[in-house]
Ligand binder design. Structure first.
Ligand code: JEW
Length: 290
């Protein structure tokens, strides 16, 4: 059984109590080989700060064909992963990982967000169940702590979603990267999109670095970045502006934002409704024209 469970003796030998353990339950453990070699996580895996172990459901099959799936009751396309095989595998892994959260990846799960990653980085580990075909027999859900989706698109299986979670959680773990930047992360993800970044050369194929960034004036740079963030967010992710808090802003920034959004300075009349297609020079450009 140990032969195909890919870990440096993590489960069997008494391991030096490791910082964080990701256990991936999958029919395709080979898909995680690349992730293991990735620079930041790869280094953390080498130093033992993080452990990533894969477990192939097929090793918990009991018949001579190592069957892991069967036809769906009620009919329909595709195959369903058998609950007996999956649950045997899960129970064995879970027993060796006290405190780990058991997560099943599914397009029908709760949405995984940055705040989820921040919360899960505080645990001793995650056990991630990756399905294939039409997914798991529904009774597997009774054995897991959470069912999560990484977004509203359909994948062929949970493995890529699990990799997203390993990367999002992994980079928050102490010893995986210099964590200075990630301290901000929770507020960042729920606030505004980042302003654009530039590096040398100052001019690239006729496009210059914005003068504000070359000014050396920190207040001017900060103002430019805030405004870029706001414009970008309005254009690309307007739903993030719902909870925008402008109370800490300068009067100038507030006034500028009011003009951008068509609220208009307090002295000006609110933009009037006009006939569809009529030119409307007073109102803000629609988000898709910014
Ligand atoms: C995802 C796991 C396992 C997650 C996100 N289940 C299912 C299913 C599949 C295709 C169509 C409909 C349902 C394939 N599939 C998965 C898909 C996770 C599995 C099988 C998944 N998107 N897709 N966010």
């Amino acid at each position: 059984m140990e032969l195909e469970t890919q870990t440096a003796g993590a489960l069997e030998q008494a391991p030096a109590q490791c910082g964080y353990a990701f256990d991936i339950l999958t029919l395709f453990p080979g898909l995680f080989d690349g992730l293991r070699q990735e620079s930041l996580l790869g280094k953390a895996l080498q130093t033992g700060v993080v452990e990533l172990a894969t477990h192939n459901f097929r090793q918990w099959a009991t018949d001579r064909h190592n069957t892991v799936d069967d036809e769906p009751f009620g009919g329909g396309p595709g195959m369903v992963l058998k609950p007996d095989v999956v649950v045997r595998c899960l129970r064995e892994v879970r027993q060796k990982r006290p405190g780990a959260k058991v997560v099943l990846l599914s397009p029908a799960g709760r949405l995984f967000k940055q705040e989820t990653a921040v919360a899960w980085a505080k645990l001793p580990g995650l056990i991630l169940l990756c399905g294939r075909y039409e997914g798991f027999d529904a009774r597997v859900e009774d054995e897991v702590d959470e069912v999560v989706s990484i977004g509203d698109y359909v994948l062929n299986g949970g493995e890529v979603a699990a990799m997203v979670i390993v990367e999002a959680v992994g980079r928050l773990l102490p010893g995986v990267i210099g964590n200075a930047a990630s301290l901000n992360e929770e507020s960042h993800s729920t606030a505004l999109l980042e302003a654009p970044h530039y590096t040398r050369p100052r001019e690239f194929e006729g496009r210059s670095v914005p003068a504000e960034l070359l000014s050396g004036n920190h207040a001017e740079i900060a103002r430019w970045r805030l405004r870029q963030s706001l414009q970008r967010t309005r254009e690309r992710r307007p739903e993030l502006l719902a909870g925008l808090d402008t109370r800490a802003w300068s009067k100038k920034d507030r006034q500028w934002w009011a003009e951008q959004t068509g609220e208009g300075p307090a002295t000006k009349a609110r933009p009037q409704r006009v006939a569809p297609g009529a030119p409307d020079r007073g109102a803000a450009a629609p988000a898709d024209e910014l």
